[in-house]
Design a protein around this ligand. Structure first.
Ligand SMILES: NC(=O)c1ccc[n+]([C@@H]2O[C@H](COP(=O)([O-])OP(=O)(O)OC[C@H]3O[C@@H](n4cnc5c(N)ncnc54)[C@H](OP(=O)(O)O)[C@@H]3O)[C@@H](O)[C@H]2O)c1
Length: 626
């Protein structure tokens, strides 16, 4: 099959060509200059627009499809665009093309309809006044040229309202003006854009869907945003993308999307088409391009880019973890759940571990049903039982020969001393022995990862005042919830340092992090505490303190951002054996640097595992750190 793609060097054309080549089509790309022709992908023949419209000679012989991918927008020379495209349509029809797909513009509709409500393909077209007249006239001329040949070829028209890519200077300049405090200069009360890559996908659907012939379709992101929300978002992104360090602006506030300007039902039902990039991702591409331009012109501080890599990738819709496997324990609630969603948005296949099958299913449904997330796998296991850890690891090793990220996040605080069915105090079992054991058991798939595999152990600030007590590891002599929890988290830090020594020289790095004080269910232990010995005033003071503390806590999403960043950001490549306070390298308590004590702890934990599971930790993992 043979296709001709106009504006082949543009973002829409590039996306279309990528897919045509995958389908083994023969492609002729029409471009603006020789330089663009030589930059086309291998296997594509380039042709510069002929000086005389339609003078293509034999270049179009044998073509099956003509894909007109040049968006009608901006401050282009529309007369020239219409003339050359009309000439190409005529030449293609003469050459016997079977189908033509035209990227037109939603500005063909009556301008007042675009402002008022949701526009369907049967909405009246506009005249000579109001709205974006130049764009409308150009798009109407192109559609009319197509209608003239509709009895000879199959024609499909796509009508986007606003196509965004990183080269749209007129949009970038507008975004930049807004970001610097200027006002909005967009038509209408809502922005309803589409990413150029998504429009390219729509062109391919229009080419390949037999029933699309003879139809016009609206195409855009699923949602729109009102101008005032877009303004706020651009201004926030200006700060974020200019390296502002305020953490609270780095996570987008929950701004309600607005109803779409374009009704998309026809594209969804007839073409089965849905844009992949959400409206926020599309706008952030524009904001990023504007800040890059500002930086190139010296208007933005050229300081090192500081937005966490994980959040940046999510803002811009990139998938740096595509093809990677990330095991997250405690992934169904709190920090772990947010981390699982972030990792999945970054393209990783998340293997989520927790006890509740119901919460596991809800997470899997969420990861599987959004276009931005990657479907994951749920594994049910009670990680305070070492036999369950062993079975889980055996299952994971079989299913995932390579694991790229292990986030040992599951943890809990218990008000009363409890003992697991295997006879281990539960805080110790869940917060220290379980992640230790799981990391050992997953050493092979971690080592088999392509490139660096990162293990992140989640500890807590609570370790600061709770030194390890080897004489009473099971807290039989004294039990108080937080000190016992802190003791286990101290131990986790100590074994992390030894693990890093053990893994030195391999592709596996391991670090431990305090995730901050985070508003999650873990704090319910406080609500469950027995307060019957407190008088009314004491109780009131305690509750007031508790509430104040909770108000100052960070969100699970913010905390997860730190963990995920440690698990993937290039700036931490190769770092191993460190303690992080959120995203910053920090010192853990002095007691955790006691190496001889850490070695004793290591042996103690190994001993418990051996006694409990009957298995000695074997293979390359059994070596004791030097
Ligand atoms: N929140 C904070 O302020 C804070 C501060 C410092 C450190 N941390 C640490 O951060 C980590 C996450 O805490 P969080 O606040 O997000 O807790 P959370 O909201 O209570 O969530 C805990 C997660 O772990 C799972 N889990 C609990 N017990 C488990 C078990 N026995 N086996 C398997 N999964 C289990 C839970 O799911 P199921 O119940 O379904 O199993 C849930 O998915 C913990 O290691 C915690 O110690 C938290």
């Amino acid at each position: 099959m043979r296709a001709v793609v106009s504006d082949a060097a543009g973002h829409v054309g590039q996306r279309v060509i990528e897919q045509l080549l995958d389908l083994r089509w023969d492609v002729l790309g029409i471009v603006g200059s020789d330089a663009e022709a030589t930059a086309l992908p291998r296997g594509v023949t380039g042709k510069v627009w002929p000086k005389r419209a339609g003078a293509f000679g034999k270049a179009l012989d044998g073509i099956d499809a003509l894909l007109l991918c040049e968006p009608v927008q901006g401050d282009a020379d529309f007369d020239a665009q219409v003339k050359r495209t009309t000439g190409l349509i005529t030449a293609a029809v003469k050459a016997g093309v079977a189908r033509i797909v035209l990227v037109s513009s939603a500005h063909v509709y009556a301008p007042e309809a675009l402002v008022r409500g949701m526009v369907t393909e049967t909405t009246p077209l506009g005249g000579d006044e109001g709205g974006n007249v130049a764009v409308r006239q150009a798009a109407l001329s192109l559609e009319s040229a197509l209608r003239d040949v509709a009895d000879q070829v199959e024609c499909v028209v796509l009508r986007p309202l606003m196509v965004i890519d990183r080269d749209q200077t007129h949009l970038i300049d507008r975004a930049w003006s807004v970001m610097q405090g200027g006002g909005a200069t967009w038509d209408g009360d809502r922005l309803h854009p589409i990413a150029a890559s998504d429009l390219g996908d729509a062109v391919m659907m229009a080419l390949r869907t037999p029933g699309a012939a003879g139809h016009a379709f609206n195409v855009a992101s699923e949602q729109a945003v009102t101008i005032d929300v877009a303004l706020q978002e651009f201004r926030r992104l200006r700060l974020v993308l200019s390296d502002c360090e305020q953490q609270e602006i780095q996570v987008r506030p929950p701004s309600p999307p607005a109803p779409p300007v374009l009704s998309l039902g026809k594209a969804q039902t007839l073409l089965h088409y849905r844009a992949k990039r959400p409206v926020w991702g599309v706008l952030s591409t524009l904001a990023q391009a504007a800040v890059d331009k500002g930086r190139a012109e010296g208007k933005v501080d050229p300081r090192k880019f500081q937005m966490p890599a994980a959040l940046l990738a999510i803002e811009t819709g990139e998938k740096p973890l595509a093809g990677k496997v990330a095991v997250v324990t405690g992934a169904t609630a709190g920090i772990g759940r947010s981390a699982a969603v972030l990792l999945s948005k970054l393209g990783a296949k998340v293997v989520a571990v927790a006890r509740s099958a119901e919460a596991g299913k809800a997470l899997m449904d969420e990861l599987g049903s959004h276009s931005q997330t990657t479907p994951g796998v749920f594994k049910q296991a009670d990680l305070s039982e070492l036999s369950a850890v062993r079975d889980l690891a055996a299952d994971l090793c079989k299913e995932f020969p390579q694991i790229d990220i292990l986030l040992n996040n599951a943890g809990a605080v218990f008000n009363e001393r409890e003992v697991t069915s295997e006879g281990i105090e539960r805080t110790l079992a869940l917060n220290l022995i379980s992640p230790f054991y799981l990391t050992h058991l997953l050493a092979d798939p971690l080592r088999a990862a392509e490139g660096e595999a990162r293990v992140i152990n989640v500890s807590s600030e609570a370790h600061q005042n709770s030194a390890l007590d080897l004489a009473d590891m099971q807290s039989e002599l004294s039990y108080r919830a937080i000190p016992v929890y802190g003791k286990a988290k101290s131990g986790l830090i100590m074994v992390t340092y030894l693990f890093a020594e053990l893994m030195q020289g391999s592709n596996v790095t391991i670090n431990v992090v305090s995730p901050g004080a985070v508003r999650t269910e873990i704090w319910r232990f406080e609500d469950d505490q027995d307060t019957s010995n407190l008088g009314p005033q004491q109780l009131q003071r305690r509750n007031a303190m508790r509430d104040r503390m909770r108000m100052n806590m960070i969100s699970p999403l913010e905390s997860a951002g730190y963990l995920v960043n440690l698990a993937m950001a290039p700036e931490f490549a190769g770092a191993s054996g460190y303690y992080f306070d959120k995203n910053d390298r920090a010192q853990s308590s002095e007691a955790t640097y006691d190496r001889p004590l850490a070695l004793k702890l290591w042996r103690y934990v190994e001993g418990v595992i051996e006694q409990t599971t009957g298995t000695k930790i074997t293979g390359g993992q059994e070596a004791e750190p030097a």
